[in-house]
Design a protein around this ligand. Sequence first.
Ligand SMILES: NC(=O)c1ccc[n+]([C@@H]2O[C@H](COP(=O)([O-])OP(=O)(O)OC[C@H]3O[C@@H](n4cnc5c(N)ncnc54)[C@H](O)[C@@H]3O)[C@@H](O)[C@H]2O)c1
Ligand SMILES: O=C(O)C[C@H](O)C(=O)O
Length: 334
Amino acid sequence: MTKAVVLGAAGGIGQPLSLLLKANPLISELALFDIVNTPGVAVDLSHISTPAKVEGYLPPNDGLKKALTGADIVLIPAGIPRKPGMFRDDLFKINAGIVRDLAVGIATTAPKAFVLVISNPVNSTAPIVAEVFKKHGVFDPKRIFGVTTLDVVRASTFVSEIIGDLSLAPSIVVPVIGGHSGVTIIPLFSQSSHPLPSSLSSEDREKLTYRVQFGGDEIVKAKDGAGSATLSMAYAGSEFASKLLRAVKGEKGIVAPSYVHLTADKEGGEVVKKEIGRDLEYFSVPIELGPEGVVKINAIGKVTEYEQGLIAAALPDLATNIEKGVTFIDSSKL
Ligand SMILES: NC(=O)c1ccc[n+]([C@@H]2O[C@H](COP(=O)([O-])OP(=O)(O)OC[C@H]3O[C@@H](n4cnc5c(N)ncnc54)[C@H](O)[C@@H]3O)[C@@H](O)[C@H]2O)c1
Ligand SMILES: O=C(O)C[C@H](O)C(=O)O
């Protein structure tokens, strides 16, 4: 029996993500929470002939608590998306408080649940969840994940587009490390499972790197004020949740990048800190998943001089973003 909960379930990501989770045979119960529209979304999904029982909740009558009771995995896509001209950090003002309040609900009702943080800016919102959990004495770094899977999905897709064969996209693995915004997104094309990136000119490799780092902007621009990635994010969120649930069920060797607290695997985390040359608390790295969440943080390994430069360029922003999330909770009355 596995209960999944989506917080922000009526939104642009929330709805298709809930659809994909409803289609996941590993999920037996699906609770949808939002400040609007969840009763309708839940009834709609409940007609789909898959095992998960679906319920929708709104804030009145302890809706958040009811949604979270018995949760095994909680996905958070609640909060506002970007409009053209905005940076993800511009969302902090509104989304930090939303994520904090939802995290309090999880910490008090389902402290053992795996938490997948999608709301931006992820570089700060994942630390916000962790700090709330620390304040409630229930912090387990193995169970809190900033979702960076969309960057990984983009890297595979864009390589397959250059090859000219989209059917290869699902099997192309490119580790993407760092964080989830602009220059903090670091695709390691030198470690691509497909040799194409290594045969590119340095100019073309830089273009490809830039496209992954700023892929979110392509969608924000194309949607022209109507939001940011929703459908591709729902796919990415569902992919990561599915990997985690398979690992929880005992499947071995499942590895995926995610933005985690580096004490989730102390030894592995120390190796990563040495590799990046800075004592950051959070970093996205390929992690091995298991029944308790993070089993192992993998080393970054060999990178090119260009990629080493990308890592160096990401560190100041990442440090600032992490500090901003931590300070926000330090100064919040909880
Ligand atoms: N991690 C990633 O890769 C990634 C990718 C795409 C988008 N995002 C982020 O995900 C977030 C959601 O994007 P979207 O396009 O779905 O936005 P959206 O506006 O379409 O949906 C957000 C939903 O959150 C709900 N909400 C607001 N406050 C809430 C609260 N206190 N409790 C519960 N629900 C609440 C809203 O009612 C709405 O239904 C944004 O912050 C966006 O930047 C992250
Ligand atoms: O770009 C955004 O604001 C949404 C998301 O983080 C993305 O990478 O598409």
